[in-house]
Write a protein that binds this ligand. Sequence first.
Ligand SMILES: *Cc1c(COP(=O)(O)O)cnc(C)c1O
Length: 216
Amino acid sequence: MKELGDHVTLVAVSKTKPPEAIKELYQLGHRDFGENYVQELLEKQPILPTDIRWHYIGHLQSNKVKYIAPFVHLIHGVDSLKLLTEINKQAKKNNRIIDCLLQVHIAQEETKFGLDAQELESIMNSFPGLKLDNVRIRGLMGMASLTDNEETIRTEFRSLKMLFDKYFQHELQTLTADSQLQYGILSMGMSSDYQLAIAEGSNLVRIGSLLFGSRV
Ligand SMILES: *Cc1c(COP(=O)(O)O)cnc(C)c1O
């Protein structure tokens, strides 16, 4: 099994955790942090160092995009063209290009957000013609079922990796020189399943409780 290495970005999921906990990791040199709630992110961002790369990993409502558009580094959970269009609009207002991941529904549970393969196909096909110049679709994000069954989790991650390979294998050239992420991004894996995710090809894991302790 592959270990965390240079080829895997670790996003420390700091939701519900106080700024002090974030600072502790920051002082060790960590810069990528993930939050799920706009309100919470807006409280933390102004009081923490400006070179933190904030990942928005939760479900994002279109009417809240404007609040995070000035500073967000990567939006993981994009699941509609409407949302992508709004991100583009707010990015433009801020004179930025915002990197986004499309969220794909790979789990068996009904409750998890995300696109199915057909909806993904439709967005990927229509995107180039829409001239949304202030967003970049950098890759895919997904969450496996909450289960102890490793085979189920592997199968779900594998299905996401296949979609990733289909669309992003050759999309490596349009990056800025200062980008930390020199490849298409496949965001999959959390505390309980990150090893399986990496073994199945993830290059970004989102880890909360394993780093910060369990949430109440
Ligand atoms: C909370 C959360 C995580 C981190 O979960 P842990 O099990 O604490 O590692 C990762 N991804 C998303 C989308 C989350 O909401």
